[in-house]
Design a protein around this ligand. Structure first.
Ligand SMILES: C=C(O[C@@H]1C=C(C(=O)O)C=C[C@H]1O)C(=O)O
Ligand SMILES: [Mg+2]
Length: 461
């Protein structure tokens, strides 16, 4: 290892200084709760943590501390900006065969062209971090990596300190009893701009009827005020028990935590194979198995919901046909049943054709008509005008990539931003020509449920 650390650098170094080097070292550890590891970072790295679990629960990632952060304030070019910074950094990577690929985790804002003062003001249009301490649990085995980005010619001492710190965190996570109190009553709940939301849905329906767009997704937010400061790990733990079959994510930025459980995969890239998912069209779960089945069948047969869904399939298929080969898109949607809601669901797959990296695909896909609309640019303009809200990172891509080019991004739905004693929850729905504002309003309540319940809020209806 000391050989690696004093290795002189013949590679291309373009980050910060010509001497930048990116070291990584992985050890396998015994079973460890990802929440306990996340919490082990509380004291020293409270504002520098992330959490991710994929929908089929085969991969869990936790990051503690920042080896480096990559951010962008660009608009259209923010994907390319992050991709370039990441590639430059990876060109300085010094890694042994057996070390896990270092992870870059983060997200993009929904729409950098929406300029409003909001709870998202501190967030750049793209925010990513390589963790100093990276836990990866894959297929039941746990690995902890140290990542270090340095421009010092001699890094052995710093790396030795990181090893001690890693061992301290592992010990804390494995030995210290992991518990928290989650008794934090809600003092009040504000529906921000309920009337405005209803009005926006009505306006958008008229705009669609007059041919200005085919579909536009309109969202709204709720603010919860709590008695005490919210606990990140408690929120995370609660949401993970809410909605098992979804991606669970949490991204800390300064004193904010953005977290949620989303059913919607934007893109997965694994050794050249690419997967996406069209998720749009919704109905509630039934109170009995029989009613649930009837509701599911009604959803599959409903023309308004099929239309909402169809636009998403059309767009994602088109992006796949541009960037991939062997594209497979089933003819008809299936049902995706999650705890509170049933969605129409069509998986899309292919093999990456060109030199496209995951960021190229994220850019090409975001926003799909599941969160934007058709045509995209008209829908975005209508959202900016009618919604009157800053979506921040809600409804936007969140996820990871690694130094080998694999990665996965989900669409950050069923989510909330927590900051101190406040939580901001977001939910929306796809509006088409025959949408009804009251029904859409009810649909947003169903979509608020998982996060609302995770935070200890009352169910509405
Ligand atoms: C906008 C949201 O969800 C999207 C809208 C849906 C709909 O209108 O049927 C369904 C799934 C998502 O594509 C949300 O959860 O906030
Ligand atoms: Mg809908």
């Amino acid at each position: 290892m000391s050989r690696k650390l004093t290795d002189s650098h013949t590679m291309k170094n373009t980050i910060n200084s010509p001497y930048t080097r990116f070291f990584t070292e992985t050890i396998e550890v015994g079973r460890m709760s990802p929440f306990a590891f996340f919490e082990a970072g509380f004291q020293k790295y409270k504002e520098e943590r992330f959490y991710w679990q994929n929908a089929d629960q085969t991969l869990t990632l936790v990051g503690i501390g920042h080896a480096v952060t990559l951010t962008s304030d660009l608009h259209e070019e923010r994907y390319k900006d992050i991709s370039n910074q990441w590639n430059d950094l990876c060109n300085t990577l010094i890694k042994e065969e057996e070390d896990a690929a270092p992870i870059l985790f983060g997200g993009f804002s929904y729409d950098p062209n929406q300029v409003l003062q909001s709870e998202w003001n501190q967030f750049p249009s793209a925010y990513f971090a390589v963790p100093s301490f990276q836990l990866k649990i894959e297929d039941g085995r746990s690995y902890v990596s140290i990542n270090l980005v340095t421009d010092k010619p001699e890094a052995s001492l710093e790396f030795e300190w990181l090893r001690q710190e890693r061992d301290r965190l592992i010990h804390l996570a494995q030995v210290k009893e992991f518990s928290f109190q989650y008794d934090n009553p809600i003092v009040s709940m504000e529906e921000r701009g309920k009337d405005r939301y209803i009005e926006a849905v009505n306006n958008v329906t008229s705009l669609i009827q007059s041919g200005k767009a085919d579909k536009v997704v309109i969202a709204r937010s709720l603010v919860l005020h709590f008695e005490q400061e919210l606990s990140a790990v408690a929120a995370l733990y609660a949401i993970s028990n809410e909605q098992q079959e979804s991606y669970q994510f949490a991204l800390q930025h300064n004193d904010c935590l953005f977290f949620g459980a989303t059913p919607e995969r934007l893109i997965e890239m694994k050794n050249g194979k690419v997967l996406s998912a069209c998720v749009a069209g919704s109905i509630r779960r039934g109170n009995s198995a029989e009613e649930d089945k009837q509701l599911g069948e009604a959803l599959l047969a409903d023309s308004k919901n099929r239309e909402e869904h169809h636009y998403v399939v059309e767009m994602i298929s088109k992006v796949f046909r541009t960037h991939c080969q062997q594209v497979v898109v089933p003819k008809n949607p299936k049902l995706m049943k999650i705890r509170d809601i049933q969605h129409l669901y069509t998986p899309v797959e292919g093999k990456i054709a060109s030199e496209s990296d995951i960021f190229t695909l994220v850019k090409a896909l975001h926003p799909t008509p599941a969160l934007g609309g058709v045509p995209t640019s008209a829908a975005m303009e209508i959202i900016r005008q009618e919604e009157g809200m800053d979506r921040g990172y809600y409804a936007a891509p969140i996820g990871w990539t690694d130094s080998s080019g694999n990665g996965e991004f989900a669409v950050a739905l069923r989510s909330a931003l927590i900051n101190g004693k406040e939580a901001y929850l977001y939910a929306g729905g796809g509006i088409v020509a025959d949408s009804n504002a009251e029904d859409e309003y009810d649909e947003t309540w169903v979509k608020f449920r998982p996060v609302l319940r995770a935070l200890g809020g009352q169910l509405n209806g």
